[in-house]
Structures are given as structure tokens and as C-alpha cells.
Design a protein around this ligand. Structure first.
Ligand code: 1AE
Length: 410
């Protein structure tokens, strides 16, 4: 519908008249009241009135109490809100998010609304270009054991990760500005380690430093990090809000990719009855706000997102029908080399394999951790089982990883 943003809700209610409920939402979140308005006023307010697009009830015979629901789609006139994500979210799911068992399960913004958002500055292709890798999934490693470590500890950790053949290294999301590893010194130290590792590996590497601090200082801190040599940023989007990400990603001076961390996402998407569905929360809104890489739990690791939901997030990030650049999916948490066949089966090659413990916890050390992942990726792309690949000469790293963590073959 031209000039309207669409929101779809799943509303659970054992008794409600869902048509009436839908009308209540459409009117309540737009003009406030309708039937009581005089005819002349109605004509004037018509362009501001939300419209019920569809109501699909799920109420088969013998339904358990608490399971009766309807999917309700409402169209909201663009003219009611400014072209920013806070205004959109407050309109479509502000007060409503607190009004009973209702979950926002989809959003379709109008082309006019979307035109205010450039989306990811680099996107999947741009990130591939920066690291010079086009024919395989990328590999990212996460700094672990960072709190309480000084710069020399961090440098050694960075160097070991880089030697293992990873394409990206990201800060742990819980590393903030601190006296032991302050931002500028941290970036300088890590980028020095990256250059040193490149002498051996010949490989380009992105370091996503954690962009933190009060909202009013984010831009300055990003520019300071970039000035010190940072070639990527990590950002805890949900604790700041999508608009903070949008401001950063749309800023021409912030000319490095931004990786969105999903910290706090579980508070929004996990309940079937409340919150915002993962494909909207970690998919559509993150891409719209400009995240180049998006981390989210996988269906196989230590923090698990149901498979169907996970594939829906993937589909949103890789959807080529959008005019926005694609965002790189980064299924994460508890990933080890034995999961690589599953990740590649479900995501194909346009994925970033990402691990912290699965790199640093490798029995032969951090460097072998990266190597084991690269060997697992190469073997899977070649159609070889990890068990067979591990027996090949030079594959001790993969062999040790499989002995430690096992394999889940696709
Ligand atoms: C879903 C985010 C995962 C993350 O940020 C993280 O640090 C994972 O660490 P590992 O791979 O589970 O050790």
C-alpha cells in the first residue's frame, strides 16, 4: 500500500472478537477515536486513520486454553510519523506492546519511509571486498578473556587469532572503555598485531573494536577509533536503539563496516506471546538501520534460536528484492569446527562463521583454533566429511578440534 507502513501482530486472546480488536488497534494507534467524530471531521482525519488489512484467526476445535490467536495486519499512514525508526516503533508498537498478549511479527515499511535509510554502507559484498575473500564463508574470531588483561596480553591474543587465518576479529561485547586497554591504545596495539600477522599469512583482516560510551559521544569515539586505525566497529545496537546505529551508519565520516551485536535481543524475541519477532528485531530493523554484519544465535550452538526463526532472519538479511545492500549473517554462540557442515548447509557460503571459545579453547591453542575452522570450511566446501579431512596430513588442528567437540554432519 503506497504511503503506508504495514505491521503484523500475533494477538493471543481466548475470547476476543479479533475484528473488533483489529479496528481498536488501527484507530487507537492513529486518530484515537473514529465513530464519535462528526462526518466533517471524519473526512479531515481519513488520511491519518490506520486501516485493517487482514485478520486471520487460528481457532481450531479443541484448542487448549491460551492458544487461540489471530494474525492482524494494520496499515499505518506515513503521514503520521517522521521518517525515523523510533517514530515508526512508537506508532506501531508503543502502547500496544504493553496491552495484553501481543507480539509484533512483521513489518513492511513503505518505499517512501525506506528512502530515508541508506542501509548498510558496505554490506556483504563490501565486507568481502575489504578482506579480499569472495569464494568462501568468512571466519571471525572473538576476543575472549579481555577484562583485566593489559595491552600486551591483548596483543598476543590478537596475534595468535590472526595467525590462525581468521578474516575478522571482534572485541567481546563486554569490553568497555577501561584503564588497562583504552580505545586508542587498544586499536593501535591490535592493528599492529594485524600487520605483523599479515607478514606471515598475507591475509587482510578487519578488527571490529567495541564502540561504547554515552550516546552523545558515540560519533566522536567512532572517529577516534577510526583515526587510530580501526577498520571496523562492533556496536551493541539494542542497548542504544536503532536510531543510534542509523546515525552512525549514515555518517559519511564513519567509513568502516559496522557489526551489530545482539546483546539483549532475547528480552524482545524469545516469548511466543510478547515482544518483537527475531526476523524483525535482528533482521529487517538492523538492515534498515545500516548494520553490515549482524550477529545472532544459531540453531546449533550454546545459545539456541529455533531453526525456522533462524532461517527467517537469514532470509531477511540476504533478500535481494530489497534495494538495501545485504547484511552478512553471523550465526554465533558456542560455535566449534564440528558445526561448520551444518552452518554451510543452512547458510551457504554467504555467512560469517564466528567463534570465541571454539577458537581460544582449542586443545592445541588459539592459532590452531583458527586453522581448524579454516580446514573445516575448506573440507565442507570440497564435499568432504570432517572425519575424512581430519585424517589428511597437515590437518592436526581439525583432528584435535573434532576429538574435543565432535562433529554434527549435515
Ligand atoms: C550471539 C553472540 C555471541 C557472542 O557474542 C559471543 O561472544 C560468543 O562467544 P562463544 O563463541 O560462544 O565463545
Amino acid at each position: 500500500m503506497n504511503g503506508y507502513c504495514l505491521a503484523t501482530y500475533r494477538v493471543f486472546d481466548d475470547k476476543a472478537d479479533f475484528q473488533k480488536k483489529a479496528q481498536g488497534i488501527a484507530v487507537g494507534l492513529t486518530v484515537g477515536s473514529w465513530t464519535e467524530l462528526p462526518e466533517a471531521k471524519k473526512a479531515e482525519m481519513e488520511k491519518h486513520l490506520g486501516k485493517v488489512v487482514s485478520v486471520t484467526a487460528h481457532e481450531p476445535e479443541g484448542l487448549e486454553p491460551g492458544q487461540r490467536y489471530a494474525d492482524i495486519q494494520i496499515a499505518y499512514p506515513d503521514v503520521n510519523f517522521s521518517r525515523d525508526i523510533p517514530a515508526l516503533l512508537v506508532t506501531i508498537f508503543g502502547k500496544l506492546s504493553m496491552d495484553g498478549r501481543v507480539k509484533l511479527i512483521d513489518i513492511d515499511v513503505s518505499p517512501e519511509f525506506q528512502s530515508a535509510f541508506p542501509g548498510p554502507k558496505f554490506g556483504l559484498q563490501g565486507v568481502r571486498d575489504l578482506v579480499g575473500v569472495h569464494n568462501r564463508p568468512l571466519l571471525m574470531s572473538i576476543f575472549k578473556s579481555v577484562i583485566g588483561h593489559d595491552l600486551s596480553g591483548l596483543e598476543e591474543q590478537f596475534y595468535r587469532q590472526a595467525l590462525g587465518g581468521v578474516d575478522l576479529i571482534k572485541d567481546d561485547e563486554i569490553l568497555f572503555e577501561n584503564p588497562l586497554t583504552p580505545l586508542v591504545k587498544r586499536v593501535e596495539t591490535c592493528m599492529r598485531a594485524a600487520r605483523k600477522a599479515k607478514e606471515t599469512t598475507g591475509q587482510e583482516l578487519l578488527y571490529a573494536v567495541n564502540l561504547t560510551g554515552p550516546t552523545s559521544k558515540l560519533r566522536d569515539n567512532a572517529l577516534t577509533a577510526i583515526g587510530a586505525g580501526a577498520n571496523a566497529l562492533l556496536f551493541n545496537v539494542l542497548s542504544y536503539g536503532y536510531d543510534a546505529l542509523h546515525e552512525l551508519s549514515a555518517d559519511p565520516a564513519i567509513n568502516v563496516p559496522i557489526a551489530a551485536h545482539p546483546a539483549m535481543a532475547g528480552a524482545f524475541y524469545q516469548s511466543p506471546y510478547y515482544g518483537i519477532a527475531a526476523p524483525v528485531l535482528l533482521g529487517k530493523l538492523m538492515r534498515l538501520a545500516g548494520a553490515d554484519l549482524i550477529l545472532f544465535p544459531s540453531p546449533y550452538g550454546s545459545v539456541v534460536m529455533p531453526k525456522e526463526e533462524n532461517m527467517a532472519v537469514r532470509d531477511v538479511l540476504l533478500d535481494t528484492s530489497s534495494s538495501l545492500r545485504r547484511s552478512f549473517p553471523v550465526p554465533s554462540a558456542g560455535i566449534h569446527p564440528g558445526l561448520v557442515p551444518l552452518i554451510l548447509r543452512d547458510f551457504g557460503t554467504d555467512v560469517v562463521v564466528n567463534a570465541g571459545g571454539g577458537v581460544h579453547g582449542h586443545p592445541l591453542g588459539t592459532e590452531a583454533g583458527g586453522q581448524a575452522f579454516r580446514q573445516a570450511i575448506d573440507a565442507t566446501l570440497a564435499g568432504q566429511s570432517l572425519g575424512d579431512a581430519a585424517l589428511q596430513p597437515g590437518h592436526d588442528a581439525l583432528k584435535a578440534a573434532i576429538e574435543a567437540w565432535g562433529v554434527k554432519e549435515a
